[in-house]
Design a protein around this ligand. Structure first.
Ligand code: F6R
Length: 610
């Protein structure tokens, strides 16, 4: 999704802006641009559709040199991804970059046209540029004009603005789209994500909702939503391990898949006692709140939603707590009946997903007992706005297709299940101690699954010339099949659908032929025999089966049946383990098909717009 970088310094900032944009590339975008107040004393810009490298090349041909600048990667929402629509947008002597969506842009556009403004793009952002230009006529001062401008904007925005008439500053506004100020010595920076600025500083100030900032070389001034001057804490960022570096791996996705034993270990650290989960891992008030919970409502999007689907099986089976799971984009617009004493749980890698955040904000009006976020980003809006938090420790996830975030979310959700069961006394005798022990062994089991890398790579060849696939699972493996099919379609562009295996005969069986591989996850549990019958139904129609099966499940290779044996694992933890080969499968199919694995077409890492 869109990215913002800005800088005000004593040195030329072009390289800083470009490096910042490169560091935001993982978020997904389709054009890039930069505007500088150049040493020639005027505002100049360069914009290109496509990758940042194309912008860089263009700048190598026609360099822009200046000490004040803003830059942007755009993920098209209003208007096609072309140079005309790429940011920065100009109006007179000012330039604007914007993340988010302005919902009243059409009304404003008509008003501004009536005032004589001429639009050169189809974007909602150009409306902001012209409106600000108009406000400057009354207010003269860029910061004051920005304050007046945002009062008329409805929707979500992270904004950065520079002006040739006031080249001593960069001004910014945040509402619904994150912004962080990077603090330097005699120079300061702005970005939509601190990762973009790690090469120039490790001190950051996070803007809060409604904040306006005026950033100069030597000072930063911030006003809150009510216009009061406020101080925002400067935070030193210490985790050096999150370098945006592929290491020995060909893609970030493969690196992140292989990081799973380590990040699962990190997610468990400090959260387990000898034979129990430490409930206060969810916050000091968790025990008191959990004791009152009689229902759980989980809301999330995409992969995070699939994690929630797995958790439903755990919460009901292990902790005896009724649980509902819904995608955030549906939940937020539906009239919801809230059962008494329901805990509202959001799951999100980024903590900035617009639908999930909006669902949380709506939930606060609906009488839930309290809110809990399972999230990977400690400084995210979701974490800040939830009553309780469990931070997954996946580290920065760069590959657009989520992998390690998912497995750490599952670990967090199992900790939640055990905590709720523990506090409410609903766990069966010995279950918690057994699962705590199994969780401790999990990183080793995941390592064993990763050792199957080359076996899965071979199996991927069966998919390279296929256009459609089915993924099957039963029980808690059904969401694992859903996640497997999402991964495959995201990065290989092969059409993939997931079904609970028992549903096959109610329709999708009609699709099965020898051109439609059917991937199945088959742990050794009480549903195994039923699953085997479902697989017979597929074989009888000539379907090719690829079965990831427990080594003790007694399944063997045969005509049209490829069995890949998985290490044995406790059934409760099997969704986490069986996710690994499905991630590897998608990865190797995508590599065979030659797609852009880390930045698949049309997708963004953090979906901060509706
Ligand atoms: C799929 C994927 C997306 C995200 C979804 C929610 O690989 O990454 O489906 O899971 O956009 O994002 P978060 O978890 O950041 O809320």
């Amino acid at each position: 999704m869109c990215g913002i970088v800005g800088a005000v310094a004593e040195r030329n900032v072009t390289a800083i802006l470009l490096e910042g944009l490169k560091r935001l590339e993982y978020r997904g975008y389709d054009s890039a641009g930069v505007a500088l107040f150049t040493n020639a004393g005027k505002l100049e810009r360069m914009r290109r559709p496509g990758k940042v490298s194309e912008l860089e090349q263009a700048l190598a041909g026609e360099p822009l040199v200046g000490r004040l600048g803003i830059a942007h990667t755009r993920w098209a929402t209003h208007g096609a991804p072309c140079e005309r629509n790429a940011h920065p947008h100009f109006s007179g002597d000012l330039a604007v970059v914007h993340n988010g969506i302005i919902e009243n842009h059409e009304v404003l556009r008509e008003q501004l046209k009536a005032l004589g403004y001429v639009f050169t793009s189809d974007t909602d952002t150009e409306v902001i540029a012209h409106l600000l230009n108009h406000k400057l006529k009354d207010h003269n001062d860029l910061t004051v004009a920005l304050k007046a401008t945002v009062k008329e904007l409805h929707g979500a925005y992270g904004l950065a603005v520079i002006s040739a008439s006031q080249p001593d500053r960069l001004v910014a506004a945040r509402s619904g789209s994150p912004l962080v100020i990077g603090l330097g010595l005699g120079e300061n920076f702005l970005a939509s994500d601190q990762l973009a600025l790690r090469q120039v500083t490790d001190r950051f100030m996070y803007l809060e909702e409604g904040d306006i900032a005026e950033i100069r070389r030597e000072s930063v001034q911030i006003w809150d939503v009510d216009g009061r001057t406020v101080e925002r804490e400067a935070v030193q960022y210490r985790d050096g391990a999150e370098a945006a570096d592929k290491g020995e791996f060909r893609h970030f996705m493969l690196k992140e898949i292989h990081e799973q034993p380590a990040v699962v270990q990190r997610t468990l650290e400090g959260r387990l006692s000898q034979n129990q989960v430490l409930v206060n891992a969810f916050g000091p008030q968790a025990a008191e709140l959990f004791a009152k919970v009689r229902n759980v409502q989980i809301v999330a999007c995409g992969t995070s939603y699939h994690a929630g689907m797995v958790a439903r099986y755990w919460l009901e089976e292990l902790a005896g707590i009724p649980c509902q799971v819904e995608v955030a984009s549906e939940f937020r617009y539906r009239k919801v009946v809230v059962q008494p004493d329901t805990l509202f749980v959001t799951i999100s890698q980024s903590g900035e997903t617009a639908d999930t955040l909006a669902a949380l904000r709506n939930a606060k009006e609906l009488g839930f007992l309290g809110s809990l976020a399972i999230c990977n980003v400690s400084i995210s809006s979701l974490v800040r706005e939830s009553d309780l938090t469990l931070l997954t420790q996946a580290g920065r996830e760069i590959g657009v297709a989520s992998t390690k975030a998912f497995t750490t979310q599952l670990v967090g959700l199992l900790l939640l299940t055990l905590s709720l069961g523990q506090v409410r006394g609903t766990l069966a005798e010995g279950v918690e101690a057994t699962l705590v022990e199994e969780l401790r062994r999990l990183p080793t089991r995941l390592g064993e699954a990763l050792a199957m890398d080359s076996t899965v790579e071979k199996v991927a060849e069966l998919f390279a010339d296929k256009n459609h696939t089915l993924f099957l699972g039963r029980g808690a493996q059904y969401p694992v099949a859903m996640e497997g099919s999402l991964k495959l379609k995201e990065i290989s562009y092969i059409h993939a659908e997931a079904y609970p295996a028992g549903e096959l005969k109610h329709g999708p069986l009609a699709l099965v032929d020898d051109d439609m591989p059917v991937v199945t996850v088959a742990p050794n549990n009480e549903l195994l025999e039923k699953l085997k019958s479902n697989l017979q139904e597929v074989r009888a129609r000539g379907g090719q089966l690829i079965v990831f099966a427990d080594e003790k499940a007694g399944m063997t290779n045969g005509e049209g049946t490829h069995v890949i044996n998985m290490p044995h694992i406790h059934d409760t933890l099997s969704p986490i383990l069986y996710t690994i080969p499905l991630q590897l499968l998608s990865y190797y199919v995508a590599v065979l098909k030659g797609t852009d694995v880390d930045q698949p077409r049309n997708l963004a890492k953090s979906v901060t717009v509706e």
